[in-house]
Each structure stands twice: as structure tokens, then as C-alpha cells.
Design a protein around this ligand. Structure first.
Ligand code: SAH
Ligand code: SF4
Length: 354
């Protein structure tokens, strides 16, 4: 009999399963707490469950935490983890260090949702590698649990307060699993991370943006825009050919109407999109919308064909947005010294292995 991955189950599912297997229903909650709150890596850690029950549990549930392959620490506090999954695939998870002007209690984790990515954005190391497979629910929640476990070895009081689905992969192409992972991470007896502290980032899967607003209006949305012109965006973010800017912006407006929340637009400044007509185009797209723009200098990725603009060009771009009263922040990227851009660490290790 195939065992079920315990990290992929809701508390209610665990309780029902325990009842089905002749265990007390209460065991479901206990297991959920051990797995999703404390992040155990071995059934023997469940000290309030008898050995006989632990044995029974291990016959129908599997607990297969990821292996830590490498941890990198940046000077700015960012940490990057490369994890090995049960089938040998590798994924990256990034932990953002404390932000200078925010409360020191904030700890944001950036998690992956797929191995590789089918979208193939021009500047993205993950996209360059093509698509392997979707992550399971347990592999998504597991990144939070396994990183927390590492942090707690250093500081037992460690907590993760915010989650961004901005690691490897297109979260809205793994929609069901991402939604269930969000639900598990939000659970009171799990990590109890508020829905409003989770943000899903997408390259622009239009129908799923609208579905997300309907299914979970609490969770935040970031859209990787990167250009205000279809002919440029077609090249940078090829999914634009399927869902061009007009349909994407309409979906974002619908999202805001349903959720009453503003959308964050990511804009990776590079030599193809940092000019006056792009900035003016962006102003036109966002006028009257509940929006926030995040400008990020593109992270140099080997073989990408795009590079950074000058600082003057980037500041000129920002000024045009500010003058049009669009909320904008300029994010000097984190962890440059540890290849923290999406997919870069994995790419380098693949090269080392080859
Ligand atoms: N697939 C989703 C989420 C993962 S990518 C998406 O595209 O939104 C997370 C963010 O990193 C996206 O905004 C993406 O465009 C950006 N990104 C990828 N490679 C980058 C690079 N080399 N420099 C700057 N941003 C990059
Ligand atoms: Fe995929 Fe996002 Fe990378 Fe584009 S930027 S290839 S959508 S992971």
C-alpha cells in the first residue's frame, strides 16, 4: 500500500484518516501539530504518542523531509538553501534577512512551487532550464518547515512571519497544490501564518488570477510585469503572447475589485525596458488602479542576454512614476553575492556537476 505524505494533509484529513485506521480522532490533531507546527523529521520525536501508535502511523503515513544540500549566507543577512527532494530533484528556498526599516520580527521566506518552469522568461535562470515537474503540497509546505528547523537549531524562538511564492516555478500553474499549501500554513495548529502575510507571484496566468481572487481573497498578488509594451513583454515574459497586457491588466482590476487589495507589480529593470516610453506606458496602464510598483535592477544571469541599466536610467524611470503619483519602491536586490536570483544557485551546481 502506498503511504500518504503527511506534510500534504490538512488537519481534518489527518483526523479522518486516523479514525479510518482505528486510531483516536485526537491523534490527527497531534500528528498535525508535530508535523506542521514543530516540523519533526522522525516519528520518534512525537513524545506524547505511544510507540505502538507511532508504529501504526508509520504504516500509512510517510514523513520524508528534504535533504539540505547547501546553505549560503549573504553579507546582507539573506540566506539561500538548496534542498534535495525524494526523487533527486533540487529546489531553492530563500530567506530574506531583516529589513532595515521594518520591525525586527519580520522574517520572510521565498518558496518554490515547481522544479524548473515552463514560462521561460528571458532573464530567469529557472526559466532557462525548462520545466521538470510540479511540487507536491508537502514539498511546498516542507520548505517552510525545513528552513524553520534549521533556524531553530541556532535560535529556538525563530519564527517565519511572511511567505512569498516567488521561488522557482509559476505558482498558478500548480494552482491546487499552492492553494492547499497556503491553507495548511495558515492553520491555527500549524504555522498559523496569516493569509495577508502570504503573496503569490505570477508571470500572468490570467484565468487563475481571477480564480485566486474568488477562492482566496485574503492572499496577496504580485504580477511580474517587466514591460508595459506587448512587443517587449512578448520577449521578456513569453506567456504574454497567450495573455497580452490588456487581458492581464483587466484580470488585475477584477482581482482588486473582488479582494479590495492592491496588486504589486514587479519590474526588473534591464537594458530592454528602462526608458521613457516604457515608464510612460506603465503610468498609463496603472492610472486609477490600486497598485504598487517594485523596481528591481535585473540580476545578472549567465546567458540571459539582458543586463543592468545605469543608475541614472533607473532613477529616471522611478521619477516618471513618482511624478504620476504611482506608489513605487526601488528594491536594491538582496543576496547578490550568493546568487539569490531565482534559480541561480541550482544552475551553478548543475554546471559544477556536469
Ligand atoms: N514565476 C513567478 C514567481 C517566481 S519568479 C513569477 O514569474 O512571478 C519571482 C520573481 O523574480 C519574478 O518577478 C521574476 O520575474 C523575477 N526574476 C527572475 N529572474 C530574475 C532576475 N534575473 N533578475 C531580477 N528578477 C528576476
Ligand atoms: Fe518562470 Fe517566474 Fe522564472 Fe518566468 S520569472 S521563468 S515565470 S519562474
Amino acid at each position: 500500500m502506498e503511504k500518504i505524505d503527511c506534510r500534504s494533509l490538512l488537519e481534518t484529513e489527518l483526523s479522518e484518516l486516523c479514525a479510518e485506521k482505528g486510531l483516536s480522532k485526537f491523534r490527527g490533531r497531534q500528528i498535525f501539530q508535530w508535523v506542521e507546527q514543530k516540523g519533526i523529521r522522525d516519528w520518534r520525536e512525537m513524545s506524547n504518542i505511544s510507540q505502538a501508535d507511532r508504529e501504526k502511523i508509520s504504516q500509512f503515513l510517510s514523513l520524508r523531509p528534504a535533504d539540505l544540500i547547501r546553505e549560503q549566507k549573504s553579507k546582507d543577512g539573506t540566506r539561500k538553501y538548496l534542498f534535495g527532494l525524494a526523487d533527486g530533484e533540487r529546489i531553492e528556498t530563500v530567506l530574506m534577512g531583516y529589513e532595515k526599516d521594518r520591525s525586527r520580527d519580520r522574517q520572510t521566506i521565498c518558496i518554490s512551487t515547481q522544479v524548473g518552469c515552463p514560462v521561460g522568461c528571458l532573464f530567469c535562470a529557472t526559466g532557462m532550464e525548462g520545466f521538470k515537474r510540479n511540487l507536491t503540497v508537502g514539498e511546498i509546505t516542507g520548505q517552510v518547515l525545513d528552513v524553520l528547523r534549521i533556524l531553530r537549531q541556532e535560535n529556538p524562538g525563530s519564527k517565519i512571519t511572511n511567505i512569498v511564492f516567488m521561488g522557482m516555478g509559476e505558482p498558478l500553474f500548480n494552482y491546487k497544490a499552492v492553494l492547499k499549501a497556503i491553507s495548511i500554513l495558515n492553520s491555527k495548529n500549524g504555522q498559523n501564518i496569516g493569509m495577508r502575510r502570504m503573496t503569490v507571484s505570477t508571470s500572468g496566468v490570467v484565468p487563475k488570477i481571477i480564480q485566486l481572487a474568488q477562492d482566496n481573497p485574503q492572499v496577496g498578488l504580485a504580477v511580474s510585469l517587466h514591460s508595459s509594451r506587448d512587443e517587449v513583454r512578448d520577449k521578456l515574459v513569453p506567456i504574454n503572447k497567450k495573455y497580452p497586457l490588456a487581458s492581464l491588466m483587466a484580470a488585475c482590476r477584477t482581482y482588486s475589485q473582488i479582494t479590495k487589495r492592491r496588486v504589486t507589480f514587479e519590474f526588473a529593470l534591464n537594458n530592454t525596458n528602462t526608458n521613457k516610453s516604457e515608464a510612460q506606458g506603465l503610468v498609463n496602464l496603472l492610472k486609477g488602479m490600486m497598485a504598487h510598483v517594485n523596481l528591481i535592477p535585473v540580476n545578472p544571469v549567465q546567458g540571459s542576454g539582458v543586463h543592468r541599466p545605469t543608475r541614472e536610467e533607473m532613477l529616471m524611470f522611478k521619477k516618471i512614476l513618482e511624478e504620476a503619483e504611482i506608489a513605487v519602491s526601488f528594491r536594491e536586490e538582496k543576496g547578490l553575492d550568493i546568487d539569490a536570483a531565482c534559480g541561480q544557485l541550482r544552475q551553478r551546481l548543475e554546471c559544477e556537476r556536469a
